[in-house]
Design a protein around this ligand. Structure first.
Ligand code: ZN
Length: 68
């Protein structure tokens, strides 16, 4: 837990593998924030952090089909 809050939230997403070819040789692309270039397949792509998604925790178990 670091108290130093210098990083912008949502801008620190770093891909470890290329989503297209699975190669690990990714480097930051100059097109903008969150853009990456795969050196293996030469694909440039962008990552965008959309938010945190948690599974719906329903107290009751709800069935898709209604009882009545
Ligand atoms: Zn690739």
């Amino acid at each position: 837990m670091s108290a130093a809050g210098g990083a912008e939230p949502g801008q620190r997403a770093v891909p470890f593998y290329c989503p297209f070819c699975g190669d690990e040789d990714l480097r930051p692309h100059e097109e903008g924030h969150g853009t990456w270039l795969c050196s293996a397949c030469r694909r440039a792509f962008s990552l965008k952090f959309l938010g945190l998604v948690f599974p719906e925790q329903s107290a009751r178990r709800t069935t898709p089909e209604e009882a009545r």
